[in-house]
Design a protein around this ligand. Structure first.
Ligand code: WTA
Length: 682
C-alpha cells in the first residue's frame, strides 16, 4: 500500500484537530454548538450560529472560511499559499494555488489507513438482489491496478481518458485511476450514440477510451463496445480501447483493444499518486448549451473536491456510517459529485445504481432502500412523477425506516410530486431537499439544508444558498433586483471553489456564456423567483436549453440533426410541459418544395436520426410539419409564439406586430390542433 501521502494526510488531520480543539476550549456554549455542527467554526471569531457561518462564507472574509475548510477537510501534499485569485469579469477563477494534492488519495488512501474494511461502494446491479460490496481497501487496489495499466499503455499526466461505461465499480476505479496518475477523465453517458461519443472523444483529444463489452439496464442489453468501435472510426488519435466484461458475451477484439480485467490482474496494487496542482484539470464533462456543439466544462482538483465534500456532508446531513443512495448515472454531473467524489472524499458508503426505477417493477427503489438500508436517497423529479402514477402500494410494502433525508435534483419538482415524496416515501419524517445546481456549478448551490434543524421547508423550493453562494436576481436592464417577492435572471455574485473554470479549448465561449451577460457575475441561464421571506424558487431555463427527464439538451443541437435530413428545409425545436419527463421535445419542420415524404415516414426518419446522432432521450415527441415558421422581419424565429401555441396559451401570444407575416400563426395553431386530433384517434 502506498503510504507517503497517507502520512502527510495524518499529519494534517491531527494538526488541524489539535488547532481546532484548543480553539474550541475557549468558546462559549453557542459557539460550541456551531463548532459541533462544523468544527472549523471554532476558529472563526464572532461566529456563534449557523447563519453567521453563512454570512462569513460570503463576506469579505470568505477566504478565511474556505482556507479553514480546505485545510481541515482535504489532505495536502503541500499546503496552498493563496486561497483565491478570481476575477469573474474576465473568467479567471483560481483556488488554493500553490497547494499540491492527489484526489484519489483523498478519496481512498486516507480512509484505507483508518478503516480499510469499510464499504466504499455498493453496486446495485441491474439484476435485483445481486448487489456487490467493495471496501475502501479493495477500491484502492482496483484503482491502483487501473492506474498502472493506464501508465503502462502510455497515459501521462495531462492526458484525457474517455470513459464510456455503465455505473459500476470499475468505472469509479477508472475515474479515480485517472486522478491518481494525473490524467483528466471525460465520462460520456453510455446512452449517447456513436456520433455523439466520437465528437466528445475528438473534442477532448483522448487517445484512450475505457468501455465494457455490453451494458445491461432494465433487463436490456446494449452493445457498448460496438458503439465505441463505430465511434473511434472517426477518431484517428485513439490508440487504445480498454474493454471490461460486464456480461459473459465475447466481443470482437482488435489490435487496438485491451482486455481490461485480464491485464489488470497482473498489475501491481501499489500505484504512486501524482502530486497535482490545485488548478490542474480533474475532469471534463460535456453538456449542452443554447447554441452550437456541446461544451466540455472543465473542473479542477482541489476546489471541486472540497465543494463536493462540503455539500455532500451538509445538504444531506451525511454522517459516518450512513449509506448514501444517489441513483444518478455517473455520466452526469450528479453521478460525479454525489455518487463518486462527495461520498468518497467523506469516507462514506455510496450506492452505484445501474438499473431503472421500474425494473423489474415500480418498487425497485424502495425494495433497494430496504435491502441496502439506505439513509439518504437522492433522485430526480421525473422518476418520482412516474412512480407516483403507479400508486402507493409499491412504496408502502417496503420498510423505509432507514431513510433520513430525501433529495431531488435536475429540474423543478412540482408540488404534487414533492408532497408524495415527502408523505408517502418519507412518511412525513424526512426532510425533502430540492437541490438546485448545474454541471457548471460543480455541486449544490441552493437547497433547503443546511439550516437550523427545525427551519421550515417549503414544497418545491430550493430555498437557501449554500456556504459561499451569493445568489442575485437581475432585471431585464441588467440591474440587481434588491426587493423580495420578485423574479429575475439568476446569477451568483462571487466565485466559489466548486465552479467550472473553463470550456475545454474555448475559454472565450466560457466568458461569453457565463461572465459577460452580467459583468462581474456568474450567469446561470436559469430564472428564479425570490419569495417574501427571501427564499429562492427556480422557474426554469431562460435560454434555448430544454430539460428532458432531468437531462439537458440544446434545441439547436436537435435542429442541427433535423436540418440534415434531405427532405427538411428548416426547423424549430422547443420544449413543452410533459407530465412525466418535465419537458418533452416538439419539432416544427418546414419541408423542401421538392420533398414528397409521407408524414409518418418522415417522423420515423427524423426520430431515428436524432437517436443515432445524439441520444434516445433527445428524440422529438411530436413533429409538426408547417409551411413556414413565424419569423421577425429580420429573419429571427419567434420561438415564444411556438411555445405559447404548444402550451395552449393562445390568449397570451403577445405582440405579433414584429412578425413578417402574422397569418402564419393561425396556420400553426390549426396544424397543432390537427396533430393532437390525429394522435388522439390513433
Ligand atoms: C435544472 C444537474 C429546478 C436547471 C445538476 C439547471 C433545476 C439545469 C434543479 C442543470 C432544481 C437542476 N430545480 N431546476 N432543483 N436542478 N435544474 O447541468 O435548469 O444537468 O440549469 O445539472 O437543470 O442541469 P445539469
Amino acid at each position: 500500500m502506498w503510504l507517503r501521502c497517507g502520512r502527510t494526510s495524518n499529519y494534517f488531520t491531527s494538526f488541524s484537530c489539535r488547532v481546532f480543539r484548543s480553539r474550541l476550549d475557549v468558546l462559549g456554549r453557542r459557539g460550541c454548538k456551531t463548532a459541533a455542527f462544523m468544527p472549523e467554526a471554532a476558529g472563526f471569531e464572532g461566529v456563534s450560529s449557523r447563519s453567521e457561518l453563512q454570512e462569513l462564507s460570503v463576506s469579505r472574509s470568505s477566504s478565511s472560511f474556505w482556507a479553514a475548510v480546505a485545510r481541515h477537510r482535504l489532505s495536502w501534499i503541500s499546503p496552498f499559499t493563496t486561497v483565491q485569485d478570481c476575477d469573474l469579469s474576465r473568467g479567471r477563477i483560481k483556488w488554493f494555488e500553490g497547494g499540491k494534492l492527489n484526489v484519489s488519495v483523498n478519496c481512498l488512501d486516507r480512509h484505507v489507513h483508518t478503516c480499510p474494511d469499510r464499504v466504499a461502494l455498493i453496486w446495485e446491479r441491474d439484476e435485483p438482489g445481486s448487489e456487490v460490496r467493495v471496501t475502501y481497501r479493495q477500491l484502492l487496489e482496483m484503482t491502483c491496478r487501473v492506474g498502472n495499466l493506464l501508465r503502462r499503455h502510455g497515459v501521462k499526466r495531462g492526458d484525457c481518458v474517455t470513459i464510456y461505461m455503465p455505473t459500476c465499480p470499475l468505472a469509479v476505479a477508472s475515474m479515480l485511476a485517472c486522478a491518481r496518475i494525473g490524467a483528466a477523465h471525460n465520462v460520456v453517458f453510455a446512452g449517447f450514440s456513436a456520433e455523439a461519443l466520437s465528437e466528445r472523444i475528438r473534442d477532448a483529444q483522448s487517445s484512450v477510451v475505457i468501455t465494457v463489452n455490453q451494458g445491461v439496464r432494465g433487463g436490456k442489453v446494449t452493445e457498448l463496445k460496438r458503439t465505441v468501435d463505430e465511434a473511434v472510426q472517426s477518431c484517428p488519435a485513439v490508440r487504445r480501447v480498454f474493454v471490461a466484461m460486464r456480461t459473459e458475451a465475447a466481443v470482437v477484439m482488435t489490435a487496438r483493444d485491451v482486455a481490461m480485467e485480464e491485464e489488470m490482474s497482473t498489475e501491481d496494487t501499489v500505484c504512486e499518486p501524482a502530486a497535482m496542482d490545485s488548478e490542474d484539470i480533474l475532469f471534463l464533462l460535456y453538456t449542452s448549451g443554447s447554441t452550437g456543439k456541446p461544451k466540455g466544462l472543465v473542473h479542477t482538483q482541489a476546489g471541486y473536491l472540497l465543494y463536493a465534500a462540503l455539500t455532500h456532508r451538509y445538504v444531506f446531513d451525511y454522517h459516518d456510517g450512513d449509506v448514501f443512495g444517489c441513483v444518478a448515472d455517473i455520466g452526469w454531473i450528479t453521478g460525479h459529485s454525489y455518487s463518486v467524489y462527495g461520498p468518497l472524499v467523506n469516507g462514506g458508503t455510496t450506492v452505484l445504481f445501474e438499473s431503472t426505477p421500474i425494473y423489474p417493477d415500480p418498487g425497485r427503489y424502495w425494495e433497494m432502500v430496504q435491502r441496502l438500508k439506505i439513509n439518504q436517497f437522492y433522485g430526480a423529479p421525473t422518476a418520482i412523477r412516474l412512480l407516483l402514477k403507479y400508486g402507493d402500494q409499491w412504496v408502502t410494502k417496503y420498510d423505509r425506516s432507514s431513510l433520513k433525508t430525501l433529495g431531488s435534483v435536475g429540474e423543478p419538482i412540482n408540488t404534487e410530486a414533492w408532497e408524495w415524496y415527502y408523505s408517502v416515501v418519507g412518511d412525513r419524517r424526512c426532510p425533502v431537499v430540492d437541490t438546485w445546481w448545474q454541471t457548471e456549478t460543480g455541486g449544490i448551490c441552493i437547497a433547503p439544508r443546511p439550516s437550523d434543524p427545525d427551519a421550515e421547508i417549503v414544497p418545491g423550493m430550493a430555498m437557501r444558498p449554500f456556504f459561499g453562494i451569493k445568489p442575485v436576481l437581475m432585471d431585464t436592464e441588467g440591474k440587481v433586483v434588491t426587493s423580495n417577492n420578485t423574479s429575475g435572471a439568476l446569477c451568483i455574485a462571487q466565485p466559489w471553489p466548486g465552479m467550472a473554470r473553463s470550456i475545454h479549448n474555448n475559454h472565450q465561449r466560457f466568458t461569453e456564456t457565463y461572465c459577460q451577460p452580467y459583468p462581474g457575475y456568474f450567469y446561470t441561464g436559469d430564472g428564479a423567483y425570490r419569495s417574501k421571506e427571501g427564499y429562492y424558487q427556480i422557474t426554469g431555463r431562460l435560454d434555448d436549453v430544454i430539460n428532458v427527464s432531468g437531462h439537458r439538451i440544446g434545441t439547436a443541437e436537435i435542429e442541427d440533426v433535423v436540418n440534415q435530413c434531405s427532405a427538411v428545409a428548416e426547423s424549430a425545436v422547443i420544449g413543452f410541459s410533459h407530465d412525466i419527463k418535465g419537458q418533452g421535445v416538439y419539432a416544427f419542420v418546414v419541408l423542401k418544395k421538392s420533398a414528397d415524404a409521407q408524414e409518418s415516414d418522415l417522423s420515423r426518419q427524423l426520430k431515428d436520426a436524432v437517436s443515432k446522432k445524439i441520444a434516445k432521450y433527445a428524440c422529438p415527441d411530436h413533429i409538426q410539419i408547417v409551411k413556414r415558421l413565424p419569423k421577425t422581419r429580420s429573419g429571427k424565429i419567434m420561438r415564444r409564439v411556438l411555445r405559447k401555441v404548444v402550451e395552449r396559451e393562445l390568449d397570451g401570444l403577445g405582440d405579433l406586430s414584429t412578425l413578417d407575416d402574422p397569418a402564419v400563426v393561425q396556420e400553426i395553431i390549426d396544424g397543432h390542433a390537427e396533430l393532437l386530433r390525429k394522435q388522439q384517434s390513433q
